[in-house]
Design a binder for this molecule. Structure first.
Ligand SMILES: *[C@@H]1O[C@H](CO)[C@@H](O)[C@H](O)[C@H]1NC(C)=O
Ligand SMILES: *[C@@H]1O[C@H](CO)[C@@H](O)[C@H](O)[C@H]1NC(C)=O
Ligand SMILES: *[C@@H]1O[C@H](CO)[C@@H](O)[C@H](O)[C@H]1NC(C)=O
Length: 444
């Protein structure tokens, strides 16, 4: 009963958002300087807000399987000795429809597109006008209307870095095919100017989707990866932004809240707790940190060090990811944290489960604080980052879970629910990631 109520209330948020999309025009506040508004992918301003789900159950299954498949994807990235640059993910796994979108301007004169933000991906691609089989014609890039658009020639160095490049006899421009989830995608490798907020990046290299066949896997908006591999957005904008950005992700509590993405070193917090950033040479796009422990209340939980250890050979360790909803810890670490959490909760009723959540309470409860302990930095999460509540307020669940056991590397993921209303600084030149509390959920 209680579970059904929580499901219903979670889903209500999604459905409300879809309804708002119809009822109210979408007014995103203007982006300025190097700061861009971040919107919920399921919010009223996103094309994903209109995705029709056939039932409540389908929707919740979709939300939960989205995280599960993303974990598989991240773990396959972490474990595989892949290419260092993949402008479009080679897509063995679907993944990865991320949870947040930003507004980008592409071409001259600029065309406004909403693109999904993903800090664990180097890819940039947009649906292009005339794309056959793309999910949404309305949000595509009209190449013919841009004076600065140009397809990249077959002989260009970038063309050698895409998966399955094809240059047929007589063809002068670079194209490539890939699979993404259950869909096959054909894209051109092109350049045009790209702007986030006020800054224009001329000659930005990205994939221009031309044909999608099979399946239903391709998200309706474009994708902007904020990974740090070669030729990623960070690499292509290095002279402008010096591989530095921060974001504050808006809370799930209202889907019409926005956060901000701040690009470049200017305006970043000066006083912020930081922890060293690690690189996995085999998967350069992921942001690894050294999580050394977890504290529940005042108790440092007994976690086997091997569950948290960074190992570039296997991809094991901890990453900070914007596209996973709920933090995942490898099983021995999760079990230890969960058991301590249950011991310290003050609740009137017994522990229940809900879908992927195994620590839920029906009725009033007081949760202990959870502190993620990194090398040189402790991040104590307030209750809103620890518990997911039904909107009716009766059921609350610990918003974390064990990493799936069937993944090929032991990966811990600090996910977006735990990052919300914090400024998270990615400072690649200085090799550090920072966290500071910042209630950033302003209403659109
Ligand atoms: C890409 O797909 C197109 C259309 O399905 C096909 O004609 C072409 O041969 C494919 N190219 C490669 C390199 O597989
Ligand atoms: C945004 O959300 C709030 C609270 O959920 C609601 O009261 C408000 O009407 C929403 N605004 C718009 C423009 O839909
Ligand atoms: C983090 O918390 C632990 C345990 O309470 C403490 O021993 C450690 O000194 C703290 N680290 C920092 C950087 O504050």
């Amino acid at each position: 009963m209680a579970m059904a109520a929580l499901l219903l209330n979670l889903l209500l948020l999604v459905v409300k958002a879809a309804a708002i999309k119809v009822a109210a025009p979408c007014a995103i506040p203007p982006d300025d300087g190097s700061t861009v508004h971040i919107l919920h992918a399921f919010g009223p301003c996103s094309p994903l807000g209109a995705v029709p789900f056939t039932s409540w159950e389908d929707t919740i299954m979709d939300l939960l399987s989205r995280d599960a498949s993303r974990l598989l994807y991240l773990s396959s990235l972490a474990a595989s000795a892949g290419r260092s640059f993949v402008p479009l993910s080679p897509g063995r796994q679907l993944l990865q429809i991320p949870n947040y979108v930003v507004r980008a301007k592409v071409g001259s004169p600029p065309q406004s597109l909403l693109v999904a933000l993903d800090n664990s991906n180097d890819a940039a691609w947009f649906p292009c006008a005339g794309c056959v089989g793309c999910p949404s014609a309305s949000s595509s890039f009209a190449t013919a209307r841009s004076s600065s658009y140009r397809p990249l020639p077959c002989g260009s160095p970038q063309c050698r870095q895409v998966p399955n490049p094809s240059c047929f006899a007589g063809a002068s421009s670079c194209a490539f095919n890939l699979t993404y989830g259950s869909s096959s995608i054909q894209a051109g490798l092109v350049q045009d100017s790209l702007a986030l907020a006020a800054d224009v990046v001329p000659f930005y290299t990205f994939g221009c989707l031309q044909k999608v066949t099979g399946g239903n896997s391709v998200p309706p908006q474009g994708l902007l990866g904020l990974g740090r591999g070669p030729l990623s957005f960070l690499s292509q904008t290095k002279s402008l932004y010096d591989s530095t950005f921060s974001y504050c992700l808006p809370s799930f509590k209202s889907l019409n809240f926005t956060g901000t993405l701040r690009l470049g070193p200017v305006g970043q917090p000066k006083h912020i707790k930081t922890t060293p950033l690690f690189s996995n040479p085999r998967r350069s796009s992921l942001y690894y940190v050294n999580m050394v422990g977890v504290r529940v209340g005042r108790k440092v939980v007994d976690i086997p060090p091997s569950a948290l250890a960074f190992d570039p050979a296997t991809g094991a360790g901890t990453i900070v990811d914007s596209g996973t909803m709920f933090t995942r810890l490898v099983t021995p670490a999760y079990n230890a944290v969960r058991d301590e959490f249950r011991r310290r909760v003050k609740a009137s009723g017994p522990v229940t489960t809900l879908g992927g959540f195994d620590t839920c309470y029906d009725g009033p409860m007081v949760a202990p604080a959870i502190t993620l302990m990194f090398a040189g930095m402790n991040v104590t999460l307030p209750p809103e980052n620890v518990m997911i509540h039904s909107t009716a307020g009766s059921v609350s669940c610990l918003a974390m879970a064990a990493s799936p056991d069937n993944t090929n590397s032991m990966i811990n993921v600090v996910a977006n629910m735990q990052q919300q209303n914090h400024r998270v600084l990615f400072d690649v030149p200085n090799g550090r990631i920072g966290f500071a509390r910042e209630p950033c959920s302003g209403v659109v």
